[in-house]
Design a binder for this molecule. Structure first.
Ligand code: FAD
Length: 566
């Protein structure tokens, strides 16, 4: 075992004193006692984040090929699609998390994990600055540096408050496991407070008014699961106040679930209406105080409503240190890290970005598409060949997976026809397409796509794709022209990333789910709920969590949900 040049140990070297504290240097250099013959040192891969993107990358990476270090402020992977079920106690928090060290152990114990957060990336010197998440009992402030050859940024996103006053102080978010636990406790606190003897009716009503801001999939699923919790379990335990409970769902757009097919949106709105969930569309929340939520609507002006608990779920924003990094590398005008088709951060050697932190800046979609056309139309003729169009589409699909998604949908007749007819004549090199016509069709795509799905599906497919590229990197370096089957494309030694949309669910409560599956196939009702159960049981990352989740569901069927305030 002396011949282990790659199996490195942590060498903590005091490297520099900075801002009043010593900075340690986490080096994963080779063992001093390495014996001959010495293998070339393995390249250092640093992965930031243990969410969907980072964990899928690690699970698929051949870790014998690299010296891998993982940095994340949480030492577990969380199955986020079941977070709304945690808020109502349908599923226990521990059932949806898998310790990251257990995931790494399955890789042969060669990967190192540091529970810390990265607060700065220095792409010039290829170092990242980290801060221990658990503090330190040694001298120093828990900060350290890590070198990389390749950096995979998979740090996800944070909740976007749009700087609305009072949101951070007064609302719950639903992003992490801790958030779901806090919401569960808060719901129970509201019920217990509303039951106290000295409250009048208005005060009880206020405490039992649950407001969900944001009519996207998370807000809708949370409202539905809260409604189930109240009607199926809490109404029996709090019979004297159950008639005072109100759930409001506030959405600034004209409808909820706008990223789903219209049939699903209509069904969800009707169902919530029947369930007594007050869906307020066209209302924008402008302020949240300790007691009231103020919202605006052009017809009614400002209205304020008292509330007991509010959950804010209006989309995602970029993490501050990623914003700083983007400024450093000339991406200050973007909202998320821009990558190319191979998931490499533009203008930044050795840095890759996957998942929510690298999703697309929706507002810039059309600008970017226009730019792609401008560059492609070299001879300024206003027309492009089929081959050029297809290259452009490749580029657009990668940057904007939702465009590919919508192209496949029947609603997108305009552009689909254009592409189909272009492809039909693909053999004829002379076929040309009018750029303006094509751009018009694309702008239709843009107007129909209201919201970029920042999903686990995208993040995990990217993680898987990137790991495959890393696994083939050595071969590719020795054989730069690429495998024979893809030689001649002359673009890159790996195929670009392609997103494959597998469908999406919207659980609506009462054992009913809406499913929008590939091929524009829509299914709504109890049968889709069973599909939802089987997909989410299958998608668990270990047998342990699979067993736990299934047994939680069974427990809930038999005994109901637990209403203790712990
Ligand atoms: P994440 O999974 O969020 O992981 C980010 C990781 O980075 C975390 O480990 C975090 O601790 C770490 N990190 C953060 N800051 C730092 C730092 N400074 N340094 C190092 N590491 C850091 N998607 C679906 O496809 N289907 C669904 O049904 C679905 N339901 C959802 C329900 C809820 C309630 C939520 C919140 C999301 C849901 N999503 C769903 C979306 C999905 O969870 C995200 O798209 C996915 O988690 C993105 O993966 P990621 O790897 O980019 O980020």
């Amino acid at each position: 075992s002396g011949r282990r040049p790659g199996v490195s140990n942590l060498l903590l070297v005091v490297a520099a004193a900075s801002s009043g504290g010593l900075v340690a240097y986490a080096d994963s250099g080779s063992d001093a006692a390495v014996q001959q013959p010495q293998l070339p040192p393995r390249k250092k891969v640093v992965v930031l984040g243990t969410g969907w993107g980072g964990t899928t990358f690690l699970r698929n990476l051949d870790s014998r090929l690299y010296d891998v270090q993982v940095i994340s402020p949480r030492n577990y992977f969380a199955f986020t699609p079941l977070l709304p079920s945690v808020t109502s106690g349908t599923v226990e928090p521990r059932s949806i998390v898998e310790p990251i060290r257990r995931v790494l152990e399955k890789k042969g114990g060669e990967i190192k994990f540091w529970e810390a957060e990265c607060f700065k990336i220095d792409p010039q010197s290829k170092k990242i600055h980290c801060r221990s998440n658990v503090g330190t009992n040694l001298e120093g402030n828990g900060e350290f540096l890590v070198d990389y050859d390749y950096l995979v940024v998979a740090v996800g996103a944070r909740t976007n408050t749009f700087n609305t006053p009072g949101v951070v102080e007064n609302c719950h978010f639903l992003k992490e496991v801790e958030d779901a636990q806090k919401i569960r406790r808060s719901v129970m606190d509201c019920f217990e407070r509303a039951s106290l003897p000295f409250l009048n009716e208005e005060e009880r009503k206020k405490n039992l008014h649950f407001v969900v801001v944001g009519g996207g999939p998370t807000g809708v699923e949370f409202a539905a699961s809260l409604h189930d919790f109240v009607t199926e379990d809490l109404s029996k335990l709090y019979p004297s106040i159950q008639h005072l409970v109100k759930i409001s769902l506030i959405e600034a757009a004209d409808h909820i679930l706008t990223m789903f097919d219209k049939r699903i949106t209509n069904f969800a709105e009707d169902k919530f209406g029947r369930d007594g969930i007050d869906v307020k569309t066209g209302y924008k929340v402008v302020k949240v105080s300790k007691d009231d939520i103020t919202m605006q609507n052009p017809a009614t002006g400002d209205i304020s409503v008292p509330y007991g608990m509010a959950v804010w779920s209006t989309g995602i924003g970029t993490r501050p240190f990623v914003v700083e990094f983007m400024k450093q590398i000339g991406q200050a005008n973007r909202r998320v890290l821009a990558t190319d088709e191979w998931l490499r951060v533009r203008e930044c050697d050795g840095v890759y970005a996957i998942g929510d932190c690298a999703t697309i800046n929706q507002r810039k979609v059309m600008e970017d598409i226009s730019e792609i056309f401008r560059v492609a139309d070299k001879d300024k003729s206003g027309t492009l060949t089929v081959k050029e169009i297809q290259d452009i589409l490749d580029d657009i699909y990668v940057r904007y997976p939702q465009v590919q998604l919508y192209l496949k949908s029947k609603q997108m007749n305009g552009i689909a026809d254009l592409v189909r007819s272009a492809k039909g004549d693909a053999e004829k090199e002379s076929v040309e397409l009018n750029i303006e016509e094509f751009k018009k069709a694309l702008s239709l795509v843009d107007s129909q796509v209201k919201f970029l799905p920042a999903t686990a599906q995208v993040a995990s497919q990217q993680g898987q794709y990137l790991a495959r590229c890393f696994n083939k990197m050595k071969d590719a370096e020795e054989n730069p022209e690429g495998p024979i089957r893809i030689r001649g494309e002359g673009r890159h030694r790996f195929r670009p990333f392609r997103y494959r949309h597998l469908g999406q669910f919207a659980p609506l409560g009462g054992e009913q789910t809406a499913a929008q599956l590939p091929g524009d196939w829509i299914s709504i009702g109890h049968s889709s709920q069973w599909l939802w159960y089987s997909v989410y049981a299958t998608k668990q990352i270990s047998w342990r969590t699979r067993m736990l989740v299934v047994s939680d569901w069974t427990r809930r069927f038999i005994f109901g949900r637990d209403s203790s305030c712990i």
